[in-house]
Design a protein around this ligand. Structure first.
Ligand SMILES: NC(=O)c1ccc[n+]([C@@H]2O[C@H](COP(=O)([O-])OP(=O)(O)OC[C@H]3O[C@@H](n4cnc5c(N)ncnc54)[C@H](OP(=O)(O)O)[C@@H]3O)[C@@H](O)[C@H]2O)c1
Length: 312
């Protein structure tokens, strides 16, 4: 079978398409999945460049390209009774593992969530990492509730465009920070207000917010604190030394760390299947064009999600 690998950190030339053996089931509660679609996340190019090497291996990456999986089960361990061969599933691989850009992958059956077999798979392919991040930030950490004022810095991004929709689903009043060209997009997603970062700084708004979800991480907590309600929560997506300091000092500061969570994956699949969570597809790339896709993603201009078709 074929897969995309990365054995060193660097530019896109470190991404290699190789032939290798098909993986085999090795323990209980495993399923073998023929991958049909995946997506690109900012974490993919950051990991490729070694920006997470403190976690993912200093000299060479433990984590392999691709984290999102949509595909069909082609084999399963004897003790897997809740899934059948032929089932279509969605899953998320751990950030220290990855490896979704592969013809076949083995996953723990507990993280394989059945999806509607008649639905277009591309609508699910962008969800696992980006929508889990948004859900974990707003629901698990932010404890979002009806009527909350929520600001999302980076409303047009992969994570941000799901966050706008999840916040609206929970009955919040949503403000999306975005460039002028993406204001209409954020309003179509449901944002009540937009802030064009090219014209004004969101940190200088007169409003206060119950939740500020920062998908861009371009302001200090010191700058953000005046627009955070007294019991409000600020949730960041990017780890830094200043964030570590703020996490230790301010209980209003949180860091979201996405990971496979069955309940969260079920929630987002249900929202997608009932039309409450839509994926804006920026572009679908065949997996052989993974280098071009990485180059586009690294520009940080993607609106919604870049979908990868694993069409080997
Ligand atoms: N901690 C975790 O568990 C976790 C999980 C997933 C992702 N992340 C992090 O979350 C971030 C977002 O990831 P992603 O995959 O969603 O990124 P992405 O899709 O590549 O983000 C691109 C988008 O960001 C917008 N953007 C760029 N600069 C902006 C600014 N100054 N203000 C507002 N919007 C801006 C761009 O719109 P414009 O062209 O309009 O600027 C574009 O739509 C990344 O930093 C990633 O590393 C963290």
């Amino acid at each position: 079978m074929k897969k995309v690998t990365q054995n060193q950190y660097g530019d896109t030339s470190v991404l290699k398409i190789i032939d290798c053996d098909k993986p085999r089931l090795t323990s209980k509660r495993q399923v073998l999945v023929k991958v049909q679609y995946s997506s690109l996340n900012a974490i993919d190019w950051k990991n490729r460049k070694g920006l997470f090497r403190i976690f993912s291996g200093w000299f060479s990456p433990r984590s392999q390209p691709g984290f999102d999986i949509v595909g069909s089960i082609v084999d399963k361990s004897d003790d897997v009774n809740d899934l059948e061969i032929g089932d279509k599933i969605l899953s998320l691989l751990g950030t220290l593992k990855g490896g979704a850009f592969s013809q076949y992958v083995i996953i723990n059956a507990g993280y394989a969530i059945k999806i509607d077999p008649s639905a277009d798979e591309t609508i699910f392919a962008g969800l696992p990492m980006a929508a889990s991040t948004a859900w974990m930030a707003l629901v698990s950490l932010g404890k979002i509730k009806q009527g909350d004022k929520v600001l999302i810095n980076g409303g047009s991004s992969g994570v941000g465009h799901y966050a706008v929709q999840i916040a609206k689903y929970y009955g919040a009043e949503v403000t999306a920070v975005t460039s002028g060209k993406n204001e209409a997009f954020c309003r179509e997603l449901g944002a009540d207000n937009t802030v064009n970062y090219q014209n004004e700084k969101f940190t200088e708004k007169a409003e206060q917010y119950n939740i500020i979800f920062d998908v861009v991480s371009n302001s200090s907590f010191h700058a953000i604190k005046p627009i955070l309600a007294p019991n409000g929560i600020y949730i960041d997506t990017n780890m830094s030394l200043s964030l570590i300091k703020d996490l230790l000092i301010h209980k209003q500061v949180k860091f979201v760390s996405v990971h496979p969570d069955r309940k969260v994956l079920q929630e987002i699949v249900q929202m997608a299947e009932t039309g409450k969570l839509k994926t804006h597809i920026a572009k679908v790339y065949p997996i052989n064009d993974v280098i071009e896709a990485h180059k586009e993603m690294e520009q940080s201009r993607t609106v919604g999600k870049i979908i990868m078709k694993i069409d080997w």
